[in-house]
Design a protein around this ligand. Structure first.
Ligand SMILES: [Zn+2]
Ligand SMILES: [Zn+2]
Length: 111
């Protein structure tokens, strides 16, 4: 029996091919979201991570070397956010939870 992934904010169950997975690789912490909007209240209420890393690695992408919000160069302390959309994984990276939150609040990739 596998434990279903649930949204870190509202607790909605997530299928493997939907929602967003966030990870702080260096800290081996993770979170999941049913939709991008739920990143915002989660981050504003202290960003409660779970231990461990997501099952699915982020797709290799040179864009993950820079913060999607401020364009700062990133190291292993980066936060990754991967959108699961069917078979496609779309990744973004951030210098910290605050910039993840600002980016999500602004509408993410499709602002
Ligand atoms: Zn949710
Ligand atoms: Zn940043």
């Amino acid at each position: 029996m596998t434990v279903a992934t649930r949204c870190s904010w509202c607790g909605a169950p997530l299928e493997p091919d939907e929602g967003y997975r966030a990870a702080e690789i260096a800290g081996e912490r993770k979170a999941a979201f049913c939709r991008l909007e739920h990143v915002v209240p989660w981050a504003m209420h202290g960003a409660h991570w779970e231990a461990g890393l997501p099952d699915e690695p982020a797709p290799p992408d040179p864009a993950l070397d820079r913060c999607s919000e401020c364009d700062a160069a990133l190291d292993d302390t980066r936060i990754l956010l991967v959108r699961h959309r069917g078979e496609h994984l779309v990744g973004d990276a951030f210098c910290g939870a605050e910039h993840l939150m600002l980016w999500a609040r602004a509408g993410g990739r499709y602002r």
